[in-house]
Design a protein around this ligand. Structure first.
Ligand SMILES: CCCCCCCCCCC/C=C/C(=O)SCCNC(=O)CCNC(=O)[C@H](O)C(C)(C)COP(=O)(O)OP(=O)(O)OC[C@H]1O[C@@H](n2cnc3c(N)ncnc32)[C@H](O)[C@@H]1OP(=O)(O)O
Ligand SMILES: NC(=O)C1=CN([C@@H]2O[C@H](COP(=O)(O)OP(=O)(O)OC[C@H]3O[C@@H](n4cnc5c(N)ncnc54)[C@H](OP(=O)(O)O)[C@@H]3O)[C@@H](O)[C@H]2O)C=CC1
Length: 287
């Protein structure tokens, strides 16, 4: 997929309704999930897979129209009912309201999936304070409000739970995306820390760390930012939202019962070879 910029990124609802999965159809029967950013991209793939496996699902995002469309597509293609709430994870009052509504509607929560996030490509030296703050607030603070809010409710109810946060492959840093690299590293180390603090509460805490994944979110980036994404790992192709969704289910289902503080990298090997350079390869690094 080198040098290509498709007219439309990501999986269609029909694909998400029919793609093969390694998991059995009743695996998550009765399990209650909350997926932030479930209205498109990887989050939407998770929602389709979770619904196919029998889970009850609540999704959120800022745009009501996208949430309502996802709900009706899941109903039409899978015959399943999901719930949604329009909100921003950056707003602590809205986070509390979402968590309260979810616990009330489902009578509890089994797994929180922190998937909402994003950034813009820019050299770190040029970040404005407002741009830096926006990316940290969304990806680090917003994710943390969700993690802490869910854990407090589980503790107060005397129940356990599981958190899985969608971060990014950041082991080698991320040139031209240092703000999101810093935020994702923050989430990774929060995860590794509270996995210990919250183990006595019966709460497992994990992350998935994707490399370049073809999703609708990429349509917000110009072709010069995305045309190299199929060439940034040894497999020399992009992953799909389904690859990440299956990783989330692996960690959340009984297959993950003895896994906490883990970062499951789903990147086609990008941690070993390949650099994104989302704003273009600087002359110094061209070969
Ligand atoms: C191409 C990938 C780049 C990252 C590299 C990651 C490498 C890993 C794999 C590669 C692919 C990863 C892809 C994705 O994650 S795609 C899915 C996620 N979706 C998005 O990223 C959506 C796009 N981003 C945003 O919506 C916003 O940037 C953001 C949410 C981060 C900010 O939202 P907010 O609405 O609060 O902020 P504003 O838009 O009002 O902007 C606030 C200030 O931020 C600065 N800014 C914003 N955009 C840019 C830009 N394009 N370039 C430079 N600066 C920017 C700016 O200071 C804004 O303030 P002003 O508007 O007042 O100037
Ligand atoms: N695509 C890729 O290659 C990679 C992506 N990632 C990360 O994985 C996650 C999912 O990515 P992807 O599926 O591509 O993203 P998309 O941009 O396709 O989807 C993002 C989702 O998050 C929601 N969202 C964004 N901001 C907020 C907010 N403040 N509050 C609540 N919901 C919000 C969006 O809905 P709405 O706009 O309506 O709010 C949308 O549903 C993101 O954190 C992304 O940065 C990491 C590595 C690689």
């Amino acid at each position: 997929m080198s040098d290509k910029h498709p007219a439309k990124w990501g999986l269609t609802p029909q694909e998400m309704a029919t793609l093969p999965t390694v998991f059995s159809p009743d695996l998550l029967s009765g399990q209650r999930f909350l997926v932030t950013g479930g209205s498109q991209g990887m989050g939407k793939a998770m929602v389709f897979l979770l619904a196919r496996l029998g889970a009850k699902v609540m999704i959120c995002g800022r745009t009501e129209e996208k949430l309502a469309r996802t709900k009706s597509e899941v109903k039409e293609l899978l015959g399943a009912d999901i719930s949604y709430r329009a909100m921003s994870i950056r707003d602590t009052d809205q986070v509390d309201a979402l968590l309260d509504a979810t616990f009330e509607e489902f009578g509890g929560l089994d797994t929180l999936v922190n998937n909402a996030g994003g950034q813009f490509p820019q050299d770190a030296i040029d970040f404005t304070r407002k741009g830096w703050a926006a990316v940290i607030d969304l990806n680090l603070n917003g994710t943390w409000w969700m993690m802490q809010g869910a854990a407090q409710r589980w503790r107060d109810r005397g129940e356990g739970g599981h958190i899985v946060s969608n971060v990014a492959h950041v082991e080698r840093g991320m040139p031209q995306a240092a703000h999101t690299c810093a935020a994702r590293a923050g989430v990774i180390y929060l995860t590794r820390t509270v996995a210990t603090e919250w183990a006595p509460l019966g709460i497992r805490v994990n992350c998935v760390a994707p490399g370049a994944i073809a999703t609708e979110g990429l349509s917000q980036y110009p072709p010069e930012a995305t045309r190299r994404l199929g060439n940034v790992n040894p497999m020399r192709r992009m992953g799909s939202g389904w690859d990440v969704a299956e990783g989330v289910v692996y960690l959340s289902a009984p297959s993950g019962n003895f896994i906490t503080g883990e970062i499951l990298t789903i990147d086609g090997g990008m941690r070993m070879w390949g650099t994104v350079w989302p704003a273009g390869v600087p002359e110094h690094f061209q070969v």
